[in-house]
Design a protein. Sequence first.
Length: 136
Amino acid sequence: MRSISLLLFISIALLGLLGSHTVVAEEKTCEKPQVEDPECPSRPHIIRCAGHYLDTNKNGLLEKAELEKAIDELSWFSRGVLKILGSVDKIMYKCDHDQDGAISIDHDMEHNKETCLSNCFKRRSFKSAFFPECDL
């Protein structure tokens, strides 16, 4: 009887350990999905892509001049789609949380979740205009 109890205890302990590893693995996949939904790209995905494609001087800031240059290089159709998101000044107002003239990938993008790239439509439009091929 004692050996059955010990065996049962060890089995439960092992299941507990395996269960905790499963939870850790699930948490990691939530941070960066393996495959982005093209209809609703995640906000972290858009932020990574913007940093890679639009931050041309690689200082961790999307400056107004960089955003203006990126928009000027778009086709007329893509510029029209971006008008839905607003002018450069409106984008800066919504995304530059501390209003210092540049959108910080680390600071501002953590504090403007309600106003900047807040829904699927805006994220999808932004991605299709600036970096449709991005898979970061």
